[in-house]
Design a protein around this ligand. Structure first.
Ligand code: LER
Ligand code: MN
Length: 273
């Protein structure tokens, strides 16, 4: 069964980012639950600033699951990436992601590597960046596996990274890892920019697919842009995807309308018998 999730951002520096609820975990969970979502995806400043007991209580009281947890604040606040030329910075990036893996893993949820993958350029060749990334994922993947969760790796559009922009390139890269525990996060917004055919790309992802960011062409709620969702939903069912479609979208025109449109689209495209 494909399940619905919605994003809560707890990072002030990302106030303009593509997240529906901002600033408050308790109200985000209450609103997500009232709107009918199955789960929340949290974008925290770091793992240490989260209170595990409080999160457990909020999830229980609101009958929600934790879908995933982002690590982008490691880049946004501390400029950490897994492909930094400085080995100490790469180690700090690995520790930052590792602590999110451990925290989210305690809730049965995966961590997401998006912007912390970094980019190649300057003193860093493309091959070198791939090698560093491979080394780091081969350490972090097993760390997530020990908690029985995957580690999510997200191809980004060309304006955010030059490492992997398409599903095909990311799938090929996953094949070069020793770990089999890194799964793909396919963000329909990035895919709309980079892919020729979104459904075909998802079919190619197949069993590598671990999470979906459920966003329309303009990063608004599905139904508020021009992405053709029906063939995408059909493909997700055909490949046997049973993870989350999670609204990592702009709260446009406001959070309430974005959440309602998302849940309406979710029920339209993934009806429960
Ligand atoms: C950034 O554009 C994005 O899609 C996030 O999920 C990555 O952390
Ligand atoms: Mn995304």
């Amino acid at each position: 069964m494909i399940r619905s999730a919605i994003t809560i951002c707890l990072v002030p520096e990302a106030a303009a980012g593509p997240f529906v609820y901002h600033g408050n975990l308790a109200s985000g969970c209450a609103l997500a639950s009232a709107a009918g979502f199955d789960a929340v995806e949290i974008f925290p400043p770091d793992a240490d600033s989260l209170d595990g007991f409080e999160l457990r209580r909020l999830l229980r009281e609101n009958r929600l699951e934790l879908a995933a947890m982002g690590t982008g604040a490691g880049w946004l606040r501390r400029k950490l990436t897994l492909t930094d030329p400085d080995s100490h910075q790469r180690m700090c990036a690995r520790d930052f992601i590792g602590s999110v893996i451990d925290f989210a893993g305690g809730f049965g949820a995966p961590a997401i590597i998006g912007s912390m993958q970094g980019r190649w350029g300057g003193s860093v060749s493309k091959e070198q960046a791939f090698e560093w990334l491979r080394e780091e994922l081969d350490q972090l993947g097993p760390r997530a596996h020990a908690l029985q969760v995957p580690l999510l790796f997200e191809p980004l559009n060309r304006y955010e990274s030059n490492l992997f922009n398409t599903v095909a390139d990311a799938v090929e890269f996953l094949g070069t890892l020793r770990t089999r525990n890194v799964k793909l996060l396919c963000d329909l917004f990035h895919m709309n920019i980079e892919e020729v055919d979104l459904a075909a790309a998802l079919r190619l992802a197949g069993g590598h697919l671990g999470h979906v960011h459920f966003a329309d062409s303009n990063r608004r709620a599905i139904g508020m842009g021009h992405t053709a969702m029906a063939p995408i939903a059909d493909t997700l069912r055909q490949i046997g995807y049973t993870g989350y479609v999670s609204a990592e979208i702009l709260p446009t025109p406001d959070a309430r309308a974005a959440a309602l449109q998302t849940i309406r689209s979710f029920r339209q495209f993934f009806p429960r018998k």
